[in-house]
Design a protein around this ligand. Structure first.
Ligand SMILES: Cc1cc2nc3c(=O)[nH]c(=O)nc-3n(C[C@H](O)[C@H](O)[C@H](O)COP(=O)(O)O)c2cc1C
Length: 168
């Protein structure tokens, strides 16, 4: 059997462009420690398991807040609503005072729940895995907050998008 050549025939920009063809929602992962609240916009959120209830997201190793996130006892994954582009933008600015002007409350676990959201998953850390230049966080969901109404903020090919008509 011929060994598969692992040398990439594409550069990181091409890979990023290709990955951008996968449409996602947007979440703000938020936690609280002695220094105060911290939060990061992610579109790497995904469901993992129903029993036990597990979700995941990945964080770049260069994130200023990564060492703090790796130590917290709980974090909240806040799923953004359409119209919350400004929140997504402010939570993607490295090192900024991301919570300025943002409405939030402490959830059951103490992790910041943004208000409003489409849904919020409060989690305790289940595992941290090596994900190359990212760390993969797997969280065990311990509390759910779900809105019956509302549409998600979407992300596709590097731009925010809105949900179109529902397929019947
Ligand atoms: C739509 C969108 C999705 C993002 N998804 C991720 C992600 O999944 N993982 C990640 O590490 N950074 C992601 N980022 C970038 C981070 O939000 C940004 O680097 C981070 O807030 C900087 O945090 P820091 O202040 O801890 O350095 C995303 C940014 C945007 C605008």
């Amino acid at each position: 059997m011929t060994a598969i050549d692992l040398d990439a025939r594409f550069d990181p920009r091409e890979l990023r462009n290709a990955l951008g063809r996968f449409a996602t929602g947007i979440a703000v992962v938020a936690a609280h420690d002695a220094e105060g609240p911290m939060g990061v916009t992610v579109n790497s959120f995904s469901s993992v398991s129903l029993d036990p209830p597990l979700v995941l997201f990945s964080m770049a190793r260069g994130l200023l807040s990564l060492p703090r996130f790796e130590k917290v006892e709980a974090y909240a994954v806040n799923i953004l609503l359409e119209g919350q582009e400004a929140i997504s933008n402010s939570f993607s600015r490295p090192g900024a005072d991301k919570f300025a002007g943002v409405d939030w409350v402490k959830g059951v676990t103490g992790a910041p729940k943004l208000t409003p959201t489409l849904a919020t998953f409060e989690c305790v850390p289940y595992a941290h895995y090596d994900g190359g230049d990212h760390v993969i966080f797997v969280g065990r969901v311990v509390h759910l907050h779900v809105e019956d109404e509302g549409s998600p903020l979407l992300y596709f090919r590097g731009s925010y998008r809105l949900l179109a008509t529902e397929k019947g």
